[in-house]
Design a protein around this ligand. Structure first.
Ligand SMILES: [Zn+2]
Length: 176
C-alpha cells in the first residue's frame, strides 16, 4: 500500500476519492446531456459534477462501522467540522452503518445503492422535520416543481450515481 507525504498508509477511502475526482470531468460532460434545453446545459453540467464530488462524502462505505474516510473528511472541515458538521454527519450515518452489511448489494449495488442512500437521507430529513417543527424545515417537494428544477435535481443524482459506480468498480477490481 502506498504512503502519503506524512508517511502514513493511504486508506482505501483515499483511492476511492481519487477515482471520484477523476470522474468529475466525465460527470460534467454527462451533465451537459441531462437537459434538452441548450441554455440549461452549463448549469446541469456543473450540477452533475457537483453531485459526483458529493460522492466523496456520501460514500457507499458509510456502511462500515466506526469512523469512515468520508466522516473524517467532514470532521476535518476547518472551523465547523469538528464540533458541528462532523458530529451531525456521523450521527446521521450511524444507523445506516447498522442497517447495511459492508459491500452488500443495498449499499454498493450500482444505481440501486445511490437511490437507497438518497431515500435514507430523505427519511432522516423528514423524521427531523416531524420531531422538531421549531426548525421550520421546508417541504422539499415544494422546491422541485418546474421542469428546470426537476432536471437540476436529476443532474446532481446522476453525478452522485457516477461516483458510486466508480466506487463499486474499484471494490470489485475493475478500477484500481
Ligand atoms: Zn466500498
Amino acid at each position: 500500500m502506498a504512503v502519503n507525504s506524512r508517511g502514513r498508509e493511504r486508506s482505501d477511502g483515499y483511492y476511492h476519492a481519487q477515482i471520484t475526482y477523476g470522474l468529475m470531468p466525465f460527470a460534467f460532460v454527462l451533465g451537459m446531456y441531462m437537459t434538452p434545453h441548450a441554455e440549461q446545459a452549463g448549469t446541469t453540467a456543473l450540477l452533475c459534477m457537483f453531485g459526483c464530488w458529493l460522492g466523496v462524502f456520501i460514500s457507499p462505505d458509510l456502511d462500515l462501522p466506526g469512523l469512515t474516510f468520508s466522516e473524517w473528511k467532514v470532521i476535518r472541515i476547518p472551523f465547523i467540522g469538528r464540533y458541528f458538521l462532523g458530529p451531525i454527519f456521523v450521527m446521521i450515518w450511524f444507523p445506516y452503518s447498522m442497517l447495511f452489511r459492508h459491500r452488500s448489494f443495498w449499499s454498493h449495488g450500482p444505481g440501486i445503492s445511490t437511490i437507497i442512500r438518497i431515500l435514507y437521507m430523505l427519511s432522516i430529513y423528514y423524521a427531523i422535520r416531524a420531531v422538531v417543527p421549531a426548525l421550520n424545515l421546508p417541504e422539499l417537494s415544494g422546491m422541485i416543481e418546474s421542469d428546470t428544477q426537476k432536471i437540476s435535481c436529476m443532474s446532481i443524482i446522476a453525478g452522485l450515481m457516477l461516483s458510486d459506480i466508480g466506487h463499486w468498480m474499484r471494490d470489485i477490481g475493475i478500477l484500481s
